[in-house]
Design a protein around this ligand. Structure first.
Ligand code: NAD
Ligand code: UFG
Length: 338
């Protein structure tokens, strides 16, 4: 029995490989290195002490996928592969629909051909849009998304629900991630963004290490405890462990199940800056800048369904997130090229 991990060289995928191997699963990884480097895989092997098959393969390559499925007995797929930059998706919608939506359809076709009926899919809290109040619950309406990236996640959730209706033996666990941050406690794997980071923690890390002068805090006039945006930051290792539980759960006949992976606690941008400075003793110069278009004031999860169905809850603290992020950044100032 093996679990196929698409996009397994990426940020969340590499951490999930480690946790799946630690839980005793055999894994097979595919990635096209669009947003990752082979060195991540070397480090996963080094940290886990285990080897596993890897295929440099695009999820849109049907023949390539057939080869993977015919050479391995794949019982379930954890599907991370996809493009994820919100701003880029507005400029390049075709690439996002092609890669994320078409790619997943190709993969489903091959899964079907080989009788593989279990998928754990990387969705996002973005499917809730800006219309629902936090804490966000899985039964709230979805689809009021504001960019093509978010639309690919929403559409793929709906498509996977349709597949489950058409084949009652097909299970799809739709994991809605909140804001993943942090890195493996070894400091050997972590997030290695290309270009100027969009997300808060990778940008903050580049300021802390002196690559960038200061952090722009996007707005301090939101209706939150200090005026800055509030999010549900979750340690990537907790998130990865959620996938181990989700695979176990998907093995039962569960149909399509959206499940939040968050902590249930919201922190503001300034909470993050202060916690980071305190935990690591490193200053993070910042300025207050205008609000960023498309941002909402507050977004955090109700994590009860994950606890009930998966027996999972986030355990690592904000201090762990800040400490582990900094260990990765300071030990690998150029990411995997260090
Ligand atoms: P990432 O970019 O680090 O990892 C994605 C991996 O998929 C990369 O290694 C990339 O090279 C690979 N990939 C992309 N397109 C591919 C294709 N066509 N064929 C094969 N491989 C391909 O991103 P991540 O942060 O690890 O995110 C993983 C998943 O989780 C994505 O689907 C993302 O949309 C979703 N997600 C991420 C966040 C976040 O904040 N990081 C939040 C919500 C959801
Ligand atoms: N922020 C700053 N300065 C920065 C970057 C971010 O102040 O340089 C603020 C934002 O305004 C927001 C908070 O930090 O208040 C978090 O912003 P991120 O860009 O890190 O994350 P978002 O919540 O905007 O978006 C993330 C993912 C999306 C996903 C969404 C919901 O990037 O892919 O969470 O899950 F859709």
């Amino acid at each position: 029995m093996a679990i196929l991990i698409t996009g397994g060289c990426g940020y969340i995928g590499s951490h999930t490989c480690i946790e799946m191997l630690a839980a005793g699963y055999d894994i097979v990884v595919i990635d096209n290195f669009y947003n990752s480097k082979p060195e991540a895989l070397n480090r996963v092997k080094e940290l886990s002490g285990k080897d596993f098959p890897f295929y440099e393969c695009d999820i849109r390559d049907e023949e390539g996928l057939r080869k993977v499925f015919s050479e391995n007995k794949i019982d379930a797929v954890i599907h991370f592969a996809g493009l994820k930059a919100v701003g880029e998706s507005v400029e390049k919608p075709l690439e996002y629909y092609d890669n994320n939506v078409y790619g997943t359809l190709v993969m489903y076709r091959v899964m079907k051909e080989f009788g593989c009926k279990r998928i754990v899919f990387s969705s996002s809290a973005t499917v809730y849009g800006g219309v629902n109040p936090s804490p966000l619950k899985e039964d709230m309406p979805t689809g009021a998304v504001t960019n093509p990236y978010g639309r690919t996640k929403y559409v793929l959730e709906e498509i996977l629900k349709d597949f489950c209706v058409s084949d009652p033996a097909f299970s799809a666990v739709l994991l809605r991630y909140f804001n993943p941050v942090g890195a493996h406690e070894s400091g050997r794997i972590g997030e290695d963004p290309n270009g100027i980071p969009n997300n808060l923690m990778p940008f903050l890390l580049q300021v802390a290490i002196g690559k960038r002068e200061k952090l722009s805090v996007f707005g301090n006039d939101y209706d939150t405890h200090d005026g800055t945006g509030v999010r549900d930051y979750i340690h990537v290792v907790d998130l990865a462990r959620g996938h181990v539980k989700a695979v176990e759960y998907a093995m039962k006949n569960v149909g399509a199940q959206p499940i939040n992976l968050g902590t249930g606690v919201g922190y503001s941008v300034l909470d993050i800056v202060k916690a980071f400075e305190k935990v690591n003793g490193v200053p993070v110069p910042y300025v207050i800048a205008p609000r960023r278009a498309g941002d909402i004031a507050t977004c955090f999860s109700d994590p009860a369904k994950a606890a009930e169905l998966l027996g999972w809850k986030a355990e690592l603290t904000l201090e762990d997130m800040c400490r582990d992020s900094w260990r990765w950044q300071s030990g690998n100032p150029q990411g995997y090229d260090s």
